[in-house]
Structure formats: C-alpha cells, structure tokens
Ligand binder design. Structure first.
Ligand code: MG
Length: 320
C-alpha cells in the first residue's frame, strides 16, 4: 500500500510516497483483539532530529509533536501536511491538552510548564518549586480534575541537545502535581532516578511512571513503575510494573481496557494491566512516545526517530 508522507528538510516542506507494511508481533491472545487484521503502519511525516511528545486535537484532526532535540514544534493533519509551529520551541518536550482543549507542554529549555491560551499566546504556568527552578520538565498528563502531573528529570541541563544547560536546583528528580487553578505544586513521586513518561489508569486510581536512568549509565533503570493514587492527590506504594527491553519506555499511554502501550527500541510494546507483555507493533525507527487520536480515539500516533507514524487499532485511548 502506498501512503503519502510529508517531509521537512531545512524547513522546506516536501511530499513523498512511502510503502509501509503491517508489522505486528503477538505473544498473548489478548493482543489479537487489540489490532486490526488489515492494519498498516503509516509514516505520516519525517524531518525531525528527534520526534517526541505527540498530542491529538480532534477539533482539526491534527497532531502536535516536538522535535525535542531539534528545538522545534510541529503540526500534522491530513489536508495541511506537516508544518512548523514554533522555531525555536525552547526545547519543548511532552505535550498534552487541558480540560478546555488548550495545549499544555513541558519546556525542557525554559524549565517550565506552559500553556497555549485560546488567543494563541504562550503562558508559563509554573517554573519553580519552593523558590527553586525546576530541572527540565519532560512529560505531562492532565488529570480529570484539571491538575497537571509532570516529570522533572535533568536532561535539559545535562544533555546539550535537550536544553540550555544550567544548575540543578531541586534535591532530586521528582514527579510533581501542579494545580493551575490555585498554583499549588508539590512532589508526588520522589523515589525515582530519572522519571520520564507517565500516565494514569483509565479510572485514575493508578499512576504509571517510567524510569529511564539507563540513558544515563548502562546499569540504569528501563522500567515502568506503578503507584496507587490516594484521594486523587498523592501517589504511594510504588512497585515495578514492567521492565522494558530492548530500549527504554520514554513515553506511553493507556487504552480503555487499561492496557499500556509503551515506546521501546524496536517497537511499541503492549502490556496488559496485569503486567503481561501481549505483543509488539514493530516500528522501523526507535519509538519515543505515542498518543491515541482520530475521531474515534482508535488511531495510535507514534513519534519515532525523525518521524511520525500512525496505525488504526481495535481499541481506544482514554485521554481527552
Ligand atoms: Mg520523555
């Protein structure tokens, strides 16, 4: 099957047609219920240095994602193709949408959480905890109560292609809960080395957070932990949910059944809520993150390497 893709080279948008076969690996029967027999992995766009942080907007059937190492922000939709939204983006990383449909995002470069207002202006929501600058927010989710939960590893300080450098002012790499309605911010997870991706279970009773300290040293972590959410405000009882290999679980999302779809080196790996690895969606570049989209929320958009991919599934995401 031939698919049209849009590529950007030196900010010049070009179009090309790409052949992309379906590639699914199934380890458990439950996986076959999640995929469509005729599904094809489509390459929608490329030209990023390092694609990350996709978020879907049903209003215009578009995906916004970050070129996390290229310091740009991209948008794709079927009719418009790929375009540059911000250049430079101040090393925008994870993206999400709030309860009003506004884009909220992690700024690894400016060490802040930002929001795009309805009039198009970008507003810094929070950049400090207890008077000290955040490390470099990496990924975020918006809970149904409107609070923003985000990870704060120091990659924007330690990696020259992910931020502007600087000194760590926090005592560790935490997961924070921030309430944009009140400005309240406090850590909810403090026992991880490099918290990176995160998501809630469908009923928000569980918080999944990945630790990717293997990026920092060979014996580091490459797993997803799960925490019990208490009164919607705290996270306790952290335990390992799944070790991801090969590669690292940089970003992941949950479907309506509580299955976890996570990035890894060779694929998007799918885990049941009981921790069983069900299967893989093989991706020709190393996946970094993903989001459910499409009008039925049954289309998985995957950032991987320099590109944006998509595949229709037989299950739906729970995020907005
Ligand atoms: Mg990340």
């Amino acid at each position: 099957m031939v698919k049209e893709a849009v590529i950007v080279i030196n900010n010049q948008i070009k179009r090309q047609e790409i052949f992309m076969p379906e590639v699914i690996e199934i380890y458990d029967d439950r996986m076959s219920q999640l995929v469509r027999p005729d599904a094809t992995l489509q390459k929608l766009a490329d030209g990023a240095v390092h694609s990350e942080g996709p978020v879907y907007f049903h209003e215009d059937d578009s995906v916004i994602w970050s070129d996390a190492h290229g310091n740009r922000l991209f948008r794709w939709n079927k009719s418009d193709g790929m375009s540059v939204v911000r250049d430079p983006s101040n090393y925008q990383s994870g993206n999400y949408r709030d309860l009003e449909g506004r884009l909220v995002a992690c700024l690894s470069g400016d060490r802040a959480i930002i929001r795009r207002e309805h009039n198009g202006e970008w507003k810094i929501l929070v950049d400090r905890y207890q008077g000290n600058r955040l490390n470099s927010p990496n990924d975020l989710v918006v809970k149904r109560d409107g609070t923003i939960w985000f990870t704060d590893p120091p990659y924007g300080l330690t990696q020259p292609n992910q931020g502007y450098g600087g000194k760590e002012e926090q005592a560790g790499s935490y997961v924070f809960r921030f309430d944009p309605a009140t400005g309240e911010i406090y850590p909810v997870v403090t026992d991880m080395e490099r918290p990176n991706g995160l998501c809630f279970s469908p009923d928000e009773s569980l918080l999944y957070v990945s630790d990717t300290s293997e990026f920092d040293y060979p014996q580091g972590h490459h797993y997803i932990r799960v925490y019990t959410v208490v009164e919607g405000q705290r996270a306790t009882d952290g335990r390992v949910f799944a070790v991801i290999e090969p590669g690292q679980p940089d970003g992941f999302r949950v479907d309506e059944h509580g299955n976890i779809f996570t990035s890894s080196q060779d694929s998007v790996q799918v885990f049941a809520a009981d921790g069983t690895r069900l299967g893989k969606i093989l991706v020709p570049e190393t996946s970094t993150n993903l989001t459910f989209g499409g009008q039925e929320r049954d289309r998985l958009f995957i950032t991987a390497g320099k590109s944006l991919y998509a595949i229709y599934l037989n299950t739906r995401g729970v995020q907005q």
